[in-house]
Write a protein that binds this ligand. Sequence first.
Ligand SMILES: Cc1cc2nc3c(=O)[nH]c(=O)nc-3n(C[C@H](O)[C@H](O)[C@H](O)COP(=O)(O)O)c2cc1C
Length: 209
Amino acid sequence: MPLPEKPQLGDPLAAAHPSEETLRLLALRRSTTVKTMIEPGPSPEQLAEIMEIGARVPDHRRVCPYRFVVFDGDARAEIGPVFREGFMQDNPDASDAEATLESQRFMRAPVIIAVVFSPQTEHRTPIWEQTLTAGAVCQNMLIAANAMGFAAQWLTEWYAYNRHVLNAMGLEPHEQIAGFLYFGTAEEDPKERPRVEAASLVSHWQKAD
Ligand SMILES: Cc1cc2nc3c(=O)[nH]c(=O)nc-3n(C[C@H](O)[C@H](O)[C@H](O)COP(=O)(O)O)c2cc1C
């Protein structure tokens, strides 16, 4: 299913896109645990489209506080020793078997995209708002991947916070991982999990007497 042609600056665009399919996807959306993710994953062209959709996100004052690092093919194994070292630094008493397991984190899925939160710290758009934009990027990408027929999961796990790993991934000190987005095919379909009742979160503001 090819994406529509990219609109040019100033092109008229629809204000709404009535779509039962989109509502269905959003109402039934479910992450697939990476444990059950198998080949195939998105092709390089599909990945580019997923990132294109990720970048089409609300962004106050167009800060673009995010960037992408793709881990596919051999790169998933090649980062393994870095995971091992980072894990051993945090867990010096860990066994070799545990370290080996940790080194294989990126071998669990065909493709992983690290969405890097890369804020402009001096910008007048608050960091909080820049953070929200990076989260929206991740969610857009999960939905795009699902709509293309792929399973997806948004994880951080320990290595999102390990300086040794972050250095090896090329993150600057002011950057953070918004998410590691794992993409593949579900070996088995996920099941519904407990969900909050949205109605229980709602109040209607009323003017005080
Ligand atoms: C920023 C962020 C980080 C997450 N990190 C983890 C994680 O490290 N491990 C995990 O099991 N789930 C993590 N999750 C939750 C999963 O992505 C997912 O939401 C969860 O499995 C529930 O599935 P659902 O998306 O179908 O509700 C994270 C979610 C977010 C938004």
